[in-house]
Design a protein around this ligand. Structure first.
Ligand code: NDP
Length: 281
């Protein structure tokens, strides 16, 4: 009998921390787990996913650049996946894949439970409108963020996200060139991948409210530039996306295995290795 299998699919995926995180959760909860990283480009995705299902694949995490393609291969979607227009978690049910998006709840848990940040009633600036922004924007609004301004280099993509969120009373978009005149914010989320390409965002300090928190969804080297800006702007917390990564994984794990892992030991181990520094916690 072949074992029940899990995987993370993405491209590139060799660097993914997901296999390590899920194996640690499995040890913590006493589950025997076969979880591996599978490289798949957008073109190869369907063929590779079909082969994975054939070989006993029961669940998969989906990472860059496949979240929107995976969404279109799901028979059933959770409400939060539908609102995000992207999935990061697949579950096999009979002959079909069902999809969920745990990125948003992962970020909210990291901010509110690990770092004890109260995000309710805050004015939030979302930089970026890609797959990650789609996942976290609805969750931040659900968690009580008062308003959200979305700014993306490509303005049409920001407007598509606004349409998807369907909450014009609380969400609006502005042009990147207008960042100097959009006012200040109590929560600033960097959901761009600029840091991965070593690109500088050149953000004005006028974006920072006198009391604000900042989070970059990236981690490691990719988060260094934004976090340096946030610290220079006197953020109370300047956080990277490592905690979100661990929390979104825990949410997927619980969905697949029906057990909630303790995220603190895994987070502590990864944090101690991470070169991205954060302050204020
Ligand atoms: P996408 O490719 O879907 O989107 C990339 C986003 O970054 C777009 O909004 C893009 O703008 C913007 N961008 C890229 N380069 C620049 C630049 N030089 N200046 C301004 N904007 C730029 O990626 P994702 O949304 O999936 O991922 C974004 C980041 O979030 C990645 O670094 C990823 O690692 C991280 N992430 C972290 C997770 C976690 O668990 N911690 C989970 C998911 C993602 P445009 O539309 O104009 O191209």
């Amino acid at each position: 009998m072949s074992s029940i299998r899990f995987a993370v699919l993405g491209h590139p995926v060799a660097h993914s921390l997901s296999p390590r995180i899920h194996q640690a959760f499995a040890r913590d909860t006493g589950i025997e787990l076969d979880y591996r990283a599978i490289d798949a480009t957008a073109e190869e995705f369907k063929t590779i996913l079909d082969a994975f299902a054939h070989s006993g694949g029961a669940g998969a995490n989906i990472t860059l650049p496949l979240k929107e393609i995976a969404f279109s291969h799901c028979a059933v979607l959770t409400d939060r996946a539908r609102r995000a227009g992207a999935v990061n978690t697949l579950m096999r049910h009979g002959e079909r894949w069902d999809g969920d998006n745990t990125d948003g709840v992962g970020l909210v848990r990291d901010l509110t439970e690990r770092h004890r940040i109260d995000i309710r009633g805050r004015r939030c600036l979302m930089l970026g409108a890609g797959g990650a922004a789609r996942g976290v924007a609805p969750a931040l609004l659900d968690a009580g963020v008062e308003s959200m301004v979305i700014v993306n280099r490509n303005p049409e993509r920001a407007d598509r996200l606004i349409d998807l969120l369907g909450d014009p009373g609380h969400v609006s978009s502005r042009y990147w060139e207008d960042l100097r005149s959009v006012g200040d914010f109590e929560l600033i989320v960097n959901a761009t991948s600029a840091g991965r390409a070593d690109a500088k965002l050149a953000l004005p300090f006028s974006l920072a409210h006198s009391r604000f928190d900042a989070v970059d969804l990236s981690y490691g080297e990719a988060a260094i530039g934004f976090l340096a800006w946030a610290r220079a702007a006197k953020a109370e917390h300047a956080l990277d996306g490592l905690g979100m990564l661990v929390e979104q994984a825990a949410e997927s794990f619980e969905m697949w295995h029906g057990k909630r892992p303790d995220t603190d030991p895994v987070y502590a181990a990864l944090r101690s290795e991470s070169r991205a520094l954060h302050t204020g916690d």
